[in-house]
Design a protein around this ligand. Structure first.
Ligand SMILES: [Zn+2]
Length: 458
């Protein structure tokens, strides 16, 4: 590959630039049998670039990749230089698109296919084998990648055992397409708190989590999950949500969303201690007052959902550096169905969670992008969450940052992903239009590259 001279560069018309130079071809999409084969060098032309470092969108930019990493990011003026190829370099022409860092969703369930009601959930555990669910899970992973999510944190398998570890393994081995994954395996909850529930005592049914009781029992469960491949420990810290008619004095704001806490403080602390001792982090499903408060006190790393967080707990989260992963879309998605099934509190929770989100943005809590995809149908693009975040108080730039830089920090992967700059893995997506002007542009990602490999093109 040779770079053409400057004079030649100026002589090249835009019409010619729209065509790829001879020898440059799109990599074969979906050819995973022998793992991805990358050219020595790749050049990506972007009409605009949002590099994720916090500044405004840049104009025409050229990104140079060597193998799976970015080596150079260079503004181009007035037009893209001409390239002639000897087959060693591939040119990817996105000159009519806006490029941005691969998106990150830190709360997914690839092994779940939507569960508005208990029946939807029970069916998946009782009538679908773990093998069938894993096949569907590989499909969910591919969908996530094609939506533009190049990295996900999958927060438990909902009764499908350690299948997430295997899906991650198959993706990393190049057997199937999918995002880079951190996985939580089975998650933990106490006896009697997590579905399947409501069956006769003499009928043994599977559980959506690993059940553990007592500090020692739960510590052992953490050890077991880490032994079998958990990157994260996921705990369920509350259940049974209701609007509290008589909130304890000093807890603001009203209305207070109350709950039944699951684990004791002893149990929570033991699990956090064991996970941290083994250099793993803990995510806590915490929807209402006690779940959030106990989790933050116990030192967990991320609050999932957090539909109600008291003002005092928001402050504590800032002090402790706890991440908040709200899931606004799924709340709206399930509310009506759950209300019809006898739990109208889910309708109230839409307003309460929007208010919590607004207060958290104002207070300056670290907010990461998670969606609970799988809690809703994988045929819905999880990027619909962005619009609600902007509706309830983030700027489009803040919303995008939550799904790039902040999410990469939550995962401890900020050296590799989250921005487009030299040294990072080449996770690049592109959209038509400007997501900083209209965030819903992120629902239409038409180019996806993960680690230098193209999985989708316009
Ligand atoms: Zn979830």
């Amino acid at each position: 590959m040779r770079r053409a001279g400057v004079l030649m560069l100026l002589a090249v018309s835009m019409a010619a630039l729209a065509q790829e130079p001879p020898g440059a071809q799109w990599r074969k999409i979906g050819d995973f049998a022998n793992g991805p084969q990358l050219p020595a060098q790749t050049v990506v032309w972007c009409g605009k670039l949002i590099d994720g470092k916090g500044g405004p969108a840049l104009g025409k930019t050229e990104i140079i990749l060597e193998s799976n990493r970015i080596t150079r990011v260079r503004p181009v003026f007035p037009d893209f230089p001409a390239w002639s190829s000897d087959g060693q370099v591939e040119l990817i022409n996105l000159s009519t698109e806006t490029c941005l860092p691969g998106l990150i969703d830190v709360h997914t369930h690839v092994l779940l296919q939507g569960d508005i009601t208990a029946e939807d959930y029970d069916k998946q555990l009782l009538k679908w084998s773990p093998e069938y669910r894993t096949i569907l899970g590989t499909q969910s992973a591919r969908k996530a990648l094609e939506y533009g999510f190049t990295t996900i944190r999958d927060l438990e398998t909902e009764g499908a055992g350690y299948a997430d570890v295997d899906i991650k393994k198959a993706i990393n081995a190049g057997v199937i397409p999918g995002p880079r994954m951190q996985v939580a395996t089975r998650a933990l909850d106490v006896t009697g708190a997590y579905p399947l529930l409501g069956y006769a005592p003499n009928v043994p049914v599977p559980h959506g989590v690993q059940v553990c009781d007592g500090a020692d029992g739960c510590r052992k469960a953490v050890r077991e999950q880490i032994m079998y491949g958990a990157d994260w420990i996921k705990v369920y810290s509350d259940r049974g949500y209701y609007i509290e008619p008589n909130p304890p004095a000093g807890i603001s704001p009203a209305p207070m969303l109350n709950d039944i806490p699951t684990f004791t403080m002893d149990e929570l602390r033991a699990m956090v201690d064991e996970a941290h001792r083994q250099r793993h982090k803990v995510a806590s499903h915490a929807t209402a007052y006690n779940g959030v408060h106990n989790s933050v006190e116990a030192g967990i790393d991320t609050i999932e959902h957090g539909d109600y967080i008291s003002d005092a707990d928001l402050k504590l989260m800032i002090q402790k550096g706890t991440y908040y992963v709200p899931t606004l879309y799924v709340g709206e998605y399930v509310a009506e169905g759950r209300a019809k099934a006898g739990a109208p509190v889910w309708l109230d929770m839409i307003k309460i969670s929007a208010d919590t989100f607004r207060r958290a943005v104002k207070a300056g809590v670290k907010i990461a992008f998670g969606t609970d995809a799988g809690g809703f149908d994988w045929n819905i693009n999880p990027a619909v969450e962005f619009e609600l975040r902007v509706k309830y108080g983030q700027t489009p730039a803040e919303a995008l940052r939550s799904a790039t830089v902040t999410a990469s920090e939550l995962l401890g992967m900020q050296k590799d992903i989250g921005t487009i700059e030299p040294g990072k893995l080449a996770d690049i997506v592109a959209v038509k239009g400007d997501p900083l002007a209209d965030i819903t542009a992120l629902e239409h990602v038409d180019f996806v590259m993960k680690g230098g490999v193209v999985y989708k093109k316009p």
